[in-house]
Write a protein that binds this ligand. Structure first.
Ligand code: FAD
Ligand code: SIN
Length: 529
């Protein structure tokens, strides 16, 4: 058993921000289920949204966020986050994130543009912002004597009052049971406060831009422990993922459209966004552009559409998108002379564990920040580059609340160790692979960009069958990382489908042919365990 002051589960933007903001006063342990840089943060391309352009205002950013979110956002939360963006960028720059500076040589950062933003607002490091942020955060955390970074530690379940040796009934979270990949054993990590920063559940879908580990572990753990989960039907599909037979999840940043990229139907050779959103064209919010591409693909029987920025010239393209340009060249695609084949793919989990403005969940001692959470910022559809921003603001807010209420947080009591006495080693690993693939396939086909009640019911039916199978398997065999993830993937799929069936309207990312119009007033879907 290992005890610390504060336990952070996740080493991405949200987790490391929380850790760095706590470490001057407390001992902080950060767990990651693989390498420290394996979350979505390191893969972020476009950048971080902040009001920095002369003439832009917080009100504009708030308004753009609310328009993208189809009115479901919590305006107070949107204001809270947007107003903290410029300071968050400054702190990252102080940590050494080498943001691109303005091209005119004057002071200030270079700002690029993305869909749904009425102004240039995206601070970035070329087209690989997340990597630069992740490297700077890890470097700072490694240098801090009070932070212990523990990679290869897969959290299984939260340790709660149910696991106390002497049951208190208080409902607290005291830490987590986690599988140590190096020893193959389950360890107990306890703390006064636990911050969930485990990212999203994108891998519930066959095609996703998210990394392999985005299996909704934190959402599933919090749900099993008794926390409310909200708005899981709003899974965001990014319009432009590379279409390639071998490389399935490479994102083509929205900034390509922001800098003039056009979407073309490869069969007609025509730009098609004017038919779907005549004013905003390729820079309409993501749900609008993804649905337009989906409609073109279905109508014309296409495998993909084209994204073309070659008219901006080779120097411009190479200077703005060096990472994407190099990656595509390696695959035989030259974006300086021709179009890029693209399709929509799952990209972001707008829903998650319900948190308040301090990052507090329903459970005493448990906080959540970043993509695992539902703070009220994104509403029914996240505005581009608001996600990293949320990680910084809520990572800091959770840390501030833990510090402020430290004396009221009781130290963890004695907790039961993990019990393996009634399980054996699995003799049928194939079950895990089969179920994993099946979930991702039916989620893609039945719970995708355009939904119907019948398809959702089909998915719900399959989930029910798989739940019995996976529960049986989990009850009989020793845990492995794959089994832990499968259980969480299935739990996340169940929450998504249940939420989607509950919403009898189309709003933002949830579009169903059976209820094509929005119903006013907008309401969150809140699931209570
Ligand atoms: P992550 O960075 O995903 O980190 C999750 C952490 O939790 C990891 O350390 C992981 O190991 C750990 N973890 C998970 N499960 C467990 C477990 N069971 N046990 C232990 N540890 C666990 N957003 C923007 O704002 N701007 C962008 O330009 C942008 N581009 C993107 C591009 C891509 C390709 C993708 C996929 C996303 C992009 N996003 C972008 C979204 C953004 O990157 C993420 O929402 C954000 O990075 C999430 O950060 P996080 O800290 O919440 O989680
Ligand atoms: C992108 O670069 O297109 C991703 C931005 C985001 O997800 O916010």
């Amino acid at each position: 058993m290992a005890e610390t002051d504060v336990l952070v589960i996740g080493s991405g933007a949200a987790g490391l921000t929380a850790a760095l903001n706590l470490a001057d006063r407390f001992r902080v342990t950060v767990l990651a289920k693989g390498r420290l840089d394996e979350g979505s943060t390191a893969w972020a391309q476009g950048g971080i949204a902040a009001v920095l352009e002369p003439g832009d205002t917080f009100e504009n950013h708030v308004e753009d966020t609310m328009v993208a979110g189809a009115g479901l956002n919590d305006r107070g939360v949107v204001e809270f986050v947007v107003e903290r963006a410029p300071a968050a960028i400054e702190r990252l720059a102080e940590l050494g994130v080498p943001f691109n500076v303005a091209e005119d040589g004057k002071n200030g950062w270079h700002l690029t543009r993305e869909g749904g933003h009425s102004h240039r607002r995206i601070v970035h490091v070329d087209d690989a912002t997340g990597w630069a942020v992740q490297v700077a955060l890890i470097r700072a955390a490694e240098a801090h004597p009070n932070i212990t970074l523990v990679p290869d530690m897969v959290a299984i379940d939260l340790a709660t009052s149910r696991h106390e040796l002497r049951y208190s009934g208080a409902g607290n979270v005291w830490g987590v049971y986690a599988f140590n990949r190096a020893t193959g054993k389950v360890e107990l990590h306890t703390a006064r406060a636990t911050v969930l920063a485990t990212g999203g559940a994108g891998r519930t879908y066959m095609f996703s831009t998210a990394p392999r580990g985005a299996t909704g572990d934190g959402i599933a753990m919090a749900w099993r422990a008794g926390a409310r989960v909200s708005n899981m039907e709003f899974m965001q599909f990014h319009p432009t993922c590379l279409y390639h037979l071998e490389v399935k999840n490479f994102l083509i940043t929205e900034a390509v459209r922001g800098e003039g990229g056009r979407l073309i139907n490869p069969q007609t050779g025509k730009r098609f966004m004017p038919y779907y959103d005549a004013d905003r064209l390729e820079l309409a919010p993501r749900d609008v552009v993804a649905r337009a591409i989906d409609a073109e693909i279905k109508r014309f029987g296409l495998d993909y559409v084209h994204l073309d920025i070659s008219h901006r010239g080779a120097d411009f393209v190479k200077a703005h998108f060096p990472t994407i340009h190099a990656k595509l060249l390696g695959l035989g695609i030259d974006m300086t002379t021709g179009p890029i084949p693209v399709v929509p793919a799952q990209h972001y989990t707008c829903g998650g564990v319900v948190v308040d403005r301090n990052g507090r969940t329903d459970l005493p001692g448990l906080y959540a920040a970043g993509e695992v959470s539902q703070s009220g910022l994104h509403g029914a559809n996240r505005l581009a580059s608001n996600s990293l921003l949320e990680c910084f603001v809520y990572g800091e807010a959770a840390a501030a609340h833990i510090a402020a209420s430290w004396d009221a947080l009781p130290p963890p009591p004695a907790i039961r160790p993990w019990d393996e006495s009634r399980v054996t080693d699995s003799d049928e690993e194939v079950v895990i692979k089969q179920n994993w693939t099946e979930i991702r396939r039916f989620m893609w086909n039945y719970v995708g960009i355009v939904r119907t009640t019948k398809r959702l019911e089909r998915a719900a039916h399959r989930i029910k069958m798989l739940q019995e199978e996976v529960a049986d398997y989990y009850g009989h065999f020793r845990v492995t990382p794959d089994l832990i993830e499968l259980r969480n993937l299935l739990q996340s799929a169940e929450l998504i489908v249940r939420s989607a069936l509950h919403r009898r309207e189309s709003r933002g990312l949830h579009y169903t042919l059976d209820h094509p119009r929005p119903v006013e007033p907008p309401q969150d879907t809140i699931l209570i365990p």
